[in-house]
Design a protein. Structure first.
Length: 172
């Protein structure tokens, strides 16, 4: 048995003896000092103190935020900078109809107090643009959504937030 284990067992034995003494005093039983000395003496005489070397243990500190705040982030579909901007205002989309050239990008900018989620109108298959959908989650005030239109046509869109705002992109 190594030296550390002997120290541990000696400590446990001393604690057990002290516990027994306290329990016996509670029951008004007075143990003999010689009985306690006989239990403690073999433990204390058989162990030797040796130097214990310790090494530092690496500690990793992880910061965890106390409160998780829901944030709105802009959805990015293309890295091409937008040359055309449609603002979502408290009154709806401005302009509500935008004409652009094939391959150009449109930036949808939320300047309203409401959230914005842009979707292509799917009620009319002729005016539904495949993939034209803001999938990054709702955008709050200042949020931006970019989309590059590569197919010619008139493409209808709306705000999914339920306020019935809609508009059209005409790609020539």
């Amino acid at each position: 048995m190594n030296q550390n284990m002997k120290w541990i067992w000696a400590t446990v034995a001393v604690i057990a003896v002290i516990g027994l003494v306290l329990i016996s005093k509670k029951d008004n039983v007075d143990p003999k000092i010689s009985d306690i000395q006989n239990i403690v003496d073999p433990i204390s005489t058989t162990t030797e103190a040796k130097e214990v070397k310790t090494e530092p243990v690496p500690v990793t500190v992880v910061k965890v935020p106390a409160v998780v705040k829901k944030t709105y982030r802009p959805a990015m579909v293309t890295k091409k900078p937008a040359s055309n901007i449609i603002e979502y205002t408290n009154q709806g989309f401005k302009p509500s109809v935008l004409t652009i050239k094939q391959g150009e990008s449109v930036e949808f900018l939320n300047t309203s107090d409401q959230t914005m989620v842009i979707r292509s109108h799917d009620e009319s298959p002729d005016n539904f643009y495949p993939g034209f959908s803001q999938e990054g989650g709702p955008l709050g005030k200042g949020g931006k959504f970019f989309f590059a239109f590569t197919l010619p046509g008139t493409w209808l869109y709306y705000n999914l937030n339920g306020n019935k705002e809609q508009g059209a992109i005409v790609v020539k």
